[in-house]
Design a protein around this ligand. Structure first.
Ligand SMILES: O=C(O)COP(=O)(O)O
Ligand SMILES: [Mg+2]
Length: 229
């Protein structure tokens, strides 16, 4: 289905947006913070190309992946827990300073949000990014004016791909599965939407752990959110 077709059947409706990889290219800031953390621990920096593929399941898993140097991190053994806690604390400090510095809003995002808002659509962010980093990034990129609600990675006890954060945002904005659309860049977004019974639009330009999003069951897959217009 086309992006416009999906939204048109739901006007004015509710739209839930993922943040990293969907609205904002935040990977350069995340990579800089991960590399500062690794260097602080005497490790080799991972670099942007690896870190981009580790984003999408929240900060703790990003740090686990960085320590393992791989997406397929093993659950920590007890002796690794102190290292992980140190690494996570260093990452939070570093990212708190860097967040927003190199982040860029993807092409088509502003036009799409403006169009939805003009149609009376109610907008929320549903991200796995830790709560404390969400508002500063939205302010920094000027995206904060569009959203009535943000649900971050630790707003609830569970994150995407659990459907709860999407259902929480939808209900808070008075939406129903029949009037709501989720827009995201990764399997975490698509699986959360499917579990919530909400249709999902996937963007091809995001991160998705380094794999294409086309065959993950999204209801529409687009190269730009400007396709809505
Ligand atoms: O994993 C993160 O920290 C952020 O991810 P999201 O905004 O794509 O949910
Ligand atoms: Mg994302």
């Amino acid at each position: 289905m086309s992006l416009a077709g999906l939204f048109n059947s739901r006007w004015p409706g509710t739209a839930l947006f993922d943040l990293d990889g969907t609205l904002v290219d935040s990977a350069p800031d995340l990579a800089a913070a991960v590399d500062q953390m690794l260097e602080h621990l005497g490790r080799t920096p991972a670099g942007l190309d690896k870190v981009r593929n580790w984003v999408g399941n929240g900060a703790a898993i990003l740090v686990r992946r960085a320590l393992a140097g791989d997406s397929n991190w093993e659950p920590a053994k007890p002796k690794d827990d102190a290292l992980f806690e140190d690494a996570l604390a260093i990452f939070y400090l570093a990212y708190g300073q860097i967040n927003g510095r190199h982040a860029v809003v993807f092409d088509g995002v502003q036009e799409c949000l403006e169009h939805l808002k003009q149609q009376g659509c109610r907008l929320a962010i549903v991200t796995n990014k830790p709560d404390q980093f969400v508002a500063p990034l939205l302010r920094h990129t000027g995206l904060d004016r569009w959203f009535e609600l943000t649900v971050g990675g630790d707003t609830l006890a569970v994150k995407k791909p659990d459907p709860a954060p999407l259902l929480h945002a939808m209900e808070h904005l008075g939406g129903t599965p029949g009037t709501t659309v989720m827009v995201g860049d990764s399997a975490a977004d698509i699986n959360a939407a499917r579990a919530a019974g909400i249709p999902c639009v996937a963007v091809r330009y995001g991160y998705n752990f380094g794999s294409p999003v086309d065959s993950l069951g999204a209801d529409a897959v687009v190269d730009s959110l400007a396709e809505l217009l």
